[in-house]
Design a protein around this ligand. Structure first.
Ligand code: FAD
Ligand code: DHB
Length: 388
């Protein structure tokens, strides 16, 4: 074998796996299709669960995260022109979330990997994987990496999941009749905490990256053309949806320097292991972004996988690998449900009046009942691995 673990993809899942395995003295090679510049600047998620911050901290890659990340102990739900605070930390045993961009986590993990001298090859996309033989073909197709285990961490559009024979995989999927338009703008945050807004014109979310940069999202039609959304239209729509009835809220505006539209999808492929191939992160599952869970779920998979591989390579104990899929899927489905529930509660759905009244009732209940708010809070900050 050329290496013990061949990791396909240098997103959060692949990079964290390489970092955790490196600390256990396990040999691995990371192959990434894109350039370093590209993966370090790909703008995506921004909310880290307590457990995600903990694993990065315990393994020594969180110095900048603790300097620059913003710890939040609550979020606001806004609907009917009024804001309601969900006190995350009070409701969820003191736990909190940290707002820190996914691409910053990626930069920190790449730096750690390169400092440790671990192999990480950019512009070396896998073209074919043999899940039984543990072979990855990559680059122009003539390069080959032979591995004891192949970790498919190559995201939703990668090649790893496709390498599993179709009759060995069960897929569960749902597409939503809306997408998110996201922007980054040079503007100070307009609130200390994130604001999730339900409005008859659609969902809006106010988030941030630093005291100078905000991240805002708008529900738009699926397949919407970004050209149809000049900056003025985006700001006007955000202001309309996020307004408070008493006129006391105005969103700070500024230069928009990043703009994109992401589809909303729920997807799970089971099982997450076939032969020598294991899947982790978006390669195995996707959640709609409303619960801020995609990145955190990728991290949770990798924590379970790294432990299983450590036992396997240290003393030939394959029991953890045997239960990897089952253990991960319990959390995956809990998070699928939470993300679907948040999505259904916060967005403009079909316009059907019965559905709209149910949605209104659900929103009222979540902000009035401590039990309902606790359900939201404990899922949002992230359930501990053992609790799922
Ligand atoms: P990825 O981050 O997708 O990493 C996979 C890596 O594999 C990539 O670097 C890719 O270039 C590489 N790769 C692909 N094919 C190959 C190949 N053949 N060979 C080698 N390498 C390959 N989550 C949220 O919680 N909130 C958000 O706002 C949010 N926004 C998102 C916006 C977009 C456009 C997308 C796509 C996702 C978003 N997510 C969001 C989800 C979150 O970013 C993902 O869940 C997270 O990136 C998962 O990490 P990962 O490492 O599993 O996959
Ligand atoms: C962000 C993204 C999310 O999906 C979310 O639910 C909250 C915040 C963000 O990018 O900041």
């Amino acid at each position: 074998m050329d290496t013990q673990v061949g990791i396909v993809g240098a997103g959060p899942a692949g990079l964290l796996l390489a970092h955790l395995l490196g600390r256990e003295g396990i040999d691995c090679v990371v192959l990434e299709a894109r350039s370093r510049e590209y993966v370090e600047h790909r703008v995506r998620a921004g909310v880290l669960e307590q457990g995600t911050v903990d694993v990065l901290t315990e393994t020594g890659v969180a110095d900048r995260l603790h300097r620059e990340g913003m710890v939040h102990r609550g979020i606001q739900l806004r609907f009917g022109g009024e804001g309601h605070r969900i006190a995350l930390s009070d409701l969820a045993g003191g736990r909190a979330i940290t707002v820190y961009g996914q691409q910053e986590v990626v930069k920190d993990l790449i730096a750690a990997r390169l400092d440790a001298g671990g192999p990480l090859e950019f512009e070396a996309g896998a073209t074919e994987i043999d899940p039984d033989g543990g072979v990855i073909r990559y680059g122009d197709g003539s390069d080959e990496l032979r591995c004891t285990i192949v970790a498919g961490c190559d995201g939703f559009h990668g090649v790893a999941r496709a390498a599993v024979p179709a009759d060995a995989l069960t897929v569960y999927e749902r597409e939503y009749p809306f997408a998110w338009l996201g922007i980054l703008a040079r503007a100070a945050p307009s609130s200390e905490e994130l604001i999730y807004t339900h409005h008859e014109r659609g969902f809006a979310l106010h988030s941030m990256r630093s005291p100078e940069v905000t991240r805002n999202y708008l529900q738009v039609a699926p397949g919407e053309d970004i050209e149809a959304w000049p900056d003025e239209r985006i700001w006007e729509e955000l202001q309309t949806r996020m307004a408070l009835a008493d006129g006391s809220f105005a969103l700070n505006e500024g230069e928009v320097f990043e703009k994109g539209i992401a589809p909303m999808r729920s997807f799970v492929a089971e099982p997450m292991r076939h032969g020598r191939l294991v899947l982790a992160g978006d390669a195995a599952h996707i959640v709609p972004a409303t619960g801020a869970k995609g990145l955190n779920l990728a991290v949770a998979d990798v924590r379970v996988l790294a432990r299983a591989l450590a036992a396997c390579f240290a003393h030939g104990d394959e029991s953890g690998l045997g239960t990897y899929s089952e253990r991960c899927l319990r959390r995956v489905w809990r998070v699928q449900h939470f993300s679907w529930w948040m999505t259904a509660m916060m967005h403009r759905l079909t316009g059907d009046p019965f559905e709209a009244r149910l949605q209104q009732s659900q929103l009222d209940y979540v902000v009035r009942s401590r039990a309902a708010a606790t359900t939201l809070a404990e899922n949002y900050v992230g359930l501990e691995l053992e609790d799922v």
